[in-house]
Design a protein around this ligand. Structure first.
Ligand code: OSB
Ligand code: MG
Length: 368
């Protein structure tokens, strides 16, 4: 394919309820939508970099810069044989994986539309529906958290993840576990602890959690190995894994027993696929993380999570868990059994609601 033009949209999407993590609280989700024109087709990609560098060093502004000044000029009007070829052509751009992943997603979308195949088929996904859960932000109190969790359980979610931070961890997890003894429960610290402060998390080990996600810093791979040795609950890495190499090394050193795969964090679906294959081969469970995506990124996550190694429920909730209005015409809903159906139309399989897109656009630019 030859890309003739790329449009970028800085979107600011109001969340239905504020989302609080150990790195901050947000009432809107900002992201960049990429619209790529090639071969008479239009492909969409979502760059999951946020407004603030809280989860990752990347932000809307750094991603906009890397996309406009490096990635797009490198591939515009050039022949791109495949998403793998795109990775080769842009290999000179170090890091900035969310920027790269956003553009790669649009290339996958076009590839699917050209071949008449869904993204799930292109990736080799084996399921029509994937198991999902909900990620619950930090609430006012353990009681308030229990109420919010109860609401999601009554909607049919079978797996709950709660966000934790120092001082807002053990009591919260205990309250949820005591009230709902049978649910699948896990926690996510988003790097809020050090090796020594994480000893306060030891009581979590008796709560039968699926996993403890990213307790230590992104660059603390080695310290996660010490921590994993002290816990029977599997440690799962999110922020620390940027490449398949990190995944291999983390597993070799015993820094985790589970990996959260987010295509945005690892530079795109191509690398996500490599990590999936590596883990599957070693019988290491993986699951699909989320970044409060719009319908575009959600479609991509569902296709990824349909691969056979994704054996734990993903952070992929229904559209109405996040947004009253979305930029896709289709709204994803929860099926009985806590699953969401994987799109089956060519490419990502979603169409854009142009009016909604306009309403949420804060800035836009077209490069040709
Ligand atoms: O750490 O998994 C995370 C949202 C934004 C940034 C980081 C994370 C999250 C979530 C939400 O946990 C997952 C979702 O999209 O539902
Ligand atoms: Mg996480």
């Amino acid at each position: 394919m030859k890309i003739e033009r790329v449009a970028l949209y800085h979107l600011s999407m109001p969340l239905r309820s504020p989302f609080e993590t150990s790195f901050g609280r947000s009432e809107t989700r900002d992201c960049i939508l990429l619209e790529v024109f090639a071969e008479g087709l239009t492909g969409y990609g979502e760059c999951v970099a946020d407004r603030d560098p809280g989860y990752s060093y990347e932000t809307i502004k750094t991603a906009w810069h890397i996309l406009c000044d490096f990635l797009i000029p490198t591939v515009l009007h050039q022949q791109i044989a495949s998403p793998a070829d795109f990775q080769k052509q842009t290999a000179a751009v170090r890091g900035h994986r969310m920027a790269k992943a956003g553009l790669e997603m649009a290339i996958w979308d076009i590839e699917g539309k050209l071949k008449g195949k869904s993204l799930r088929e292109l990736l080799g996904g084996t399921r029509d529906q994937v198991d999902v859960g909900v990620s619950v932000g930090i609430q006012e109190s353990p009681q308030a958290l229990v109420k919010v969790v109860e609401g999601y359980l009554s909607q049919g979610y079978g797996r709950i993840k709660i966000k934790i931070k120092p001082g807002r961890d053990v009591a919260e997890a205990e309250a949820v576990r005591r009230t709902f003894p049978g649910i699948q429960l896990q926690v996510d610290a988003n790097s809020a602890y050090s090796l020594s402060s994480a000893t306060s998390l030891k009581p979590l080990d008796s709560l039968n959690l699926l996993l403890i996600e990213q307790p230590l810093d992104e660059d603390d791979l080695w310290d996660h190995h010490y921590l994993q040795a002290q816990f029977t609950t599997p440690i799962c890495l999110d922020e620390s894994i940027h490449t398949a190499r990190h995944a291999r090394q983390a597993l070799e050193m015993g820094a985790c027993r589970v990996i959260n795969i987010k295509a945005g964090r690892v530079g795109g679906l191509s690398e996500a696929l490599v990590i999936h294959n590596l883990c599957w081969f070693q019988n290491i469970p993986v699951w699909c993380g989320g970044m409060l995506e719009t319908g575009v990124g959600r479609a991509s996550n569902l296709a990824l999570a349909s691969l056979p190694g994704f054996t734990l429920p993903g952070d992929i909730s229904a559209t109405d868990r996040y947004y009253l209005e979305d930029i896709t015409e289709y709204r994803f809903s929860l099926n009985p059994g806590s699953t969401i159906t994987v799109p089956s139309l060519p490419g990502l399989g979603v169409t854009i609601d142009r009016q909604a897109l306009q309403r949420f656009t804060k800035a836009q630019l077209s490069l040709s």
